[in-house]
Design a protein around this ligand. Structure first.
Ligand SMILES: [Zn+2]
Ligand SMILES: [Zn+2]
Length: 335
C-alpha cells in the first residue's frame, strides 16, 4: 500500500513527509484492519510533522480522523464485522486500570497512546485500530463530511464542555478552523450567542454564515462580555486577550495540544473576579460517542476541502498558511 511517513520533523515547507510503499499492516489480536476511505487533516498532524510534539514513533504515518471500512480483524475481536464503517480517532489506547481511567478520566491516563503519533494513522490506504477504540459509523452522512468530526469535532466538543457555557450564554471562539466551526454549530444549536475572533476574511465569513452574532479580528474585543471562551488558535499571546474579554466568573478553555508561550498574566484585569483558565487534554470515548450522537441530531456538518491522498503534504502546507476555511480531508483514491 501507499502511506505517508514523517522522515524527520522539520517545517512542512521543507517536506518532512515522504509518500512510500509499505506492507499493509497486520492487526493485533484486539485490533481491526481498516481500509481508509477518507482522513481529515488536523493541526496536530502539523505539530507531529514539524516536531512541535516530540517523536514517539520514528517514521510514523500521521492521521487520526479516519473514516474507513473494516477489512480484517484480530482473533479476539467480536462485534464489528468486515464491511462495517468505522471511525478511527486520536485516543488509541488506555490501560483501563489507573486511577484516572477508574474515575472516567481516561483522557488523563499516563499510559494513553495516540493514533498518528504512537502508532501509524490514516495518511495511508490501510490502518489499524484497537476495536474498543473504534467508533461505529452507521448512517448516510458521506465519508468526507464525517472525517473532521473524529478529532476536530470531538475535541471541540470537549473544549465546549470544559468552557462551562451557561444555557443561552455568550461564547467567544478565538480561531475559527476545523474544530471551532464544528463546536460553533453545537453551541448555536443549543441557543448560545457566538462571537468569533480570528484572522482572515474567509473564516470570518464562514462564522457569520453559520450563525455567529459577530466576527472580528483575533485581537479585537467582542461586542459584549463573554460567559465562556475557547482558544482554538495555538497562540499563547491570545490567552490574556481572551481572559480580558470574559465577564466576571467567566471560563477560558484552551483547546490545543500545543500552545506558544503565554505572556505574563495581569492578575487584576485577567484573572481576578474568579475568571478561570482551563486546558483541554485529548478526550474520552464517552465524549466521542456523545458528540457523534449530537452531531447527527443537530446536523453538524464540516465545511471540507478535499485533497487526494497523494497530496497530504500540500494539505498540511495549506493548513499552516490558512489557505482554506473549515477542514481539509484526504480522500483515498488509490484503492
Ligand atoms: Zn489509565
Ligand atoms: Zn486532531
Amino acid at each position: 500500500m501507499r502511506a505517508w511517513t514523517v522522515t524527520g520533523p522539520r517545517p512542512v515547507e521543507e517536506g518532512p513527509l515522504r509518500f512510500v510503499e509499505k506492507p499493509v499492516p497486520v492487526p493485533g489480536d484486539d485490533e481491526l484492519l481498516v481500509h481508509v476511505r477518507a482522513c481529515g487533516v488536523c493541526r496536530t498532524d502539523l505539530h507531529v510533522a514539524e516536531g512541535d510534539l516530540p517523536v514517539h514513533r520514528p517514521g510514523v504515518t500521521p492521521g487520526h480522523e479516519v473514516v474507513g471500512v473494516v477489512a480484517g480483524r484480530g482473533r479476539a475481536v467480536s462485534g464489528l464485522e468486515p464491511g462495517d464503517r468505522v471511525g478511527v480517532a486520536w485516543l488509541r489506547r488506555t490501560d483501563g486500570t489507573c486511577a484516572y481511567c477508574a474515575r472516567g478520566a481516561e483522557n488523563l491516563c499516563p499510559a494513553s497512546r495516540y493514533t498518528g503519533w504512537d502508532a501509524d494513522g490514516g495518511y495511508a490506504e490501510y490502518t489499524t485500530v484497537p476495536a474498543a477504540f473504534a467508533y461505529p459509523l452507521p448512517g448516510e452522512v458521506d465519508d468526507v463530511a464525517l472525517a473532521p468530526l473524529l478529532c476536530a469535532g470531538i475535541i471541540g466538543y470537549r473544549a465546549l464542555r470544559r468552557a462551562a457555557l451557561p444555557p443561552g450564554g455568550r461564547l467567544g471562539l478565538y480561531g475559527f478552523g476545523g474544530s471551532a466551526h464544528l463546536c460553533a454549530q453545537v453551541a448555536l444549536a443549543r441557543g448560545a450567542t457566538v462571537h468569533v475572533m480570528t484572522r482572515g476574511e474567509a473564516p470570518r465569513r464562514l462564522a457569520l454564515e453559520l450563525g455567529a452574532a459577530s466576527a472580528q479580528d483575533a485581537y479585537a474585543s467582542p461586542p459584549e462580555p463573554l460567559d465562556s471562551a475557547i482558544l482554538f488558535a495555538p497562540v499563547g499571546d491570545l490567552v490574556p486577550v481572551a481572559l480580558r474579554a470574559l465577564d466576571r466568573g467567566g471560563v477560558l478553555s484552551v483547546a490545543g495540544i500545543h500552545l506558544s508561550d503565554t505572556p505574563p498574566l495581569h492578575y487584576a484585569s485577567e484573572l481576578f473576579y474568579e475568571k478561570e483558565l482551563r486546558s483541554v487534554t485529548s478526550n474520552t470515548r464517552e465524549d466521542g460517542r456523545e458528540f457523534l450522537a449530537l452531531a447527527a441530531r443537530y446536523g453538524v456538518r464540516a465545511t471540507t476541502h478535499t485533497y487526494p491522498l497523494s497530496a497530504a503534504q500540500q494539505a498540511l502546507r495549506d493548513l499552516k498558511a490558512g489557505r482554506f476555511d473549515g477542514a481539509a480531508v484526504l480522500v483515498n483514491d488509490l484503492s
